[in-house]
Design a protein around this ligand. Structure first.
Ligand code: NI
Length: 388
């Protein structure tokens, strides 16, 4: 079964919704207009239950099929939030709000799930219930966790949950997925080194936080080089190093910050521990004191084997096996859908955005040509997981 005819028919209308959302980007949990737009559409489609305010500004819509009281419930999730990025696309539907844009394609994700909602409300060719999950604050706000903590899974009786993200660099409309970890756990760390400042001509009277910090930065590279097995993945990137204000003064303090990315908890635990040992050990060796903040933002996004099998079969069904990569390399970026996959089985899949600018780039735009494939994926996945 290729792209559904009805999904192709919806293309223009869904594109118009996508452009509307693109023009009016909202950030983190402050997605009130986006949520209102979604609610208006879901009402128009005759979705059976519409529940706002899940995870602050998240929206859940329930579509009932046959056997809606006894059947299973499949959750389909889209993210709604934009980024604090100034758009440079010059497109007719470019952001109307200065300093904000949909630079990650969540406008497209929301529009495609609305398209699927329309289709599924019309046809109801399934046994059970579909939970449409519109999530706020994916970009660093842990909106998925907020929805989970608000009882998303229990309250709506969700049995399985699926997510989809567009991916620049993968040909438009193709799908890509892998077994197991597909997105990394993005941790962040901040290191404050306190030494003793003084005259640059008398370094022996100081405890130099810059020299100590430089050793910490170079030693952190040992984690990837010498602690993690060569075939395991880890990223340790220092992205900030701030100290000093003059050429002849050794400052008293230095600040270093960065990120750790990993694809399994054992590597994550080990990296956090080695990072702490290196930071404290080097500081102690040179008489400085140090303060380390290490924060885990979200877990590794891990596809369940059963969810992977279902998602792969549906993607192959829609675009043909030649257009689905079943073993894509995981992304070292983070994705808070991980919190939902910790609660219920399911899978996260990439849909190709073609040769566009990268995610979070001011020149990025979601590719409207993939809308029909995206809608078809949601519809077929829901119908196949809810057969009689
Ligand atoms: Ni995103």
């Amino acid at each position: 079964m290729p792209i559904l005819n009805r999904a192709a028919e919806l293309q223009d209308e869904v594109t118009a919704w996508r452009h509307h959302l693109h023009e009016h980007p909202e950030i983190l949990y402050d997605v009130h207009d986006t949520a209102a737009f979604i609610i208006e559409k879901l009402k128009e489609f005759g979705v059976d239950e519409i529940v706002p305010g899940i995870g602050q500004t998240g929206v859940v819509g329930i579509i009932k099929g046959r056997g809606s009281e006894t059947g299973r419930t499949i959750g389909l999730r889209a993210d709604m939030d934009a980024l604090p990025v100034e758009e440079v696309t010059g497109k007719p539907w470019a952001s109307k709000i200065e300093g904000r844009m949909h630079a990650c394609g969540h406008d497209g994700h929301t529009a495609m799930l609305l398209g699927a909602a329309r289709y599924l409300s019309e046809t109801r060719n399934f046994n059970g219930r579909i939970a449409l999950i519109f999530q706020p604050a994916e970009e660093g706000g842990a909106g998925a966790l907020a929805m989970v903590e608000d009882g998303l899974m229990e309250r709506f009786g969700i049995d399985e949950v699926y997510g989809m993200h567009n991916m620049p660099g993968i040909p438009a409309g193709q799908f890509a997925i892998c077994r197991g970890a597909i997105m990394a756990a993005p941790d962040k760390f901040t290191i404050r080194i306190s030494g003793r400042g003084g005259h640059a001509a008398q370094p022996h009277r100081t405890i130099d936080p810059i020299a100590i910090g430089a050793q910490i930065v170079s030693n952190l590279q040992m984690i990837a080089a010498r602690n993690v097995a060569p075939l395991e993945a880890v990223v340790v990137s220092v992205t900030k190093f701030q100290a000093g204000s003059s050429h002849n003064v050794i400052p008293p303090e230095a600040l270093i910050a960065g990120t750790v990315r990993s694809l399994n908890e054992a590597v994550q635990d080990m990296t956090q521990e080695r990072l702490r040992q290196i930071v404290e050990g080097i500081a102690a060796a040179h008489g400085a004191t140090v303060e380390l903040d290490y924060e885990r933002k979200c877990p590794v996004t891990i596809n369940h084997d059963s969810g992977y099998d279902h998602a792969l079969a549906v993607a192959r069904d829609i675009v043909g096996p030649a257009n689905v990569d079943p073993a894509v390399a995981p992304s070292m970026a983070g994705e808070d859908f991980a919190f939902m996959l910790k609660k219920r089985p399911g899978a996260f899949i990439f849909i190709g955005n073609g040769d566009s600018a990268g995610l979070h780039n001011p020149a990025y735009d979601f590719n409207d040509d993939i809308i029909a494939q995206g809608i078809s994926y949601w519809v077929r996945l829901a119908e196949q997981r809810l057969t009689d």
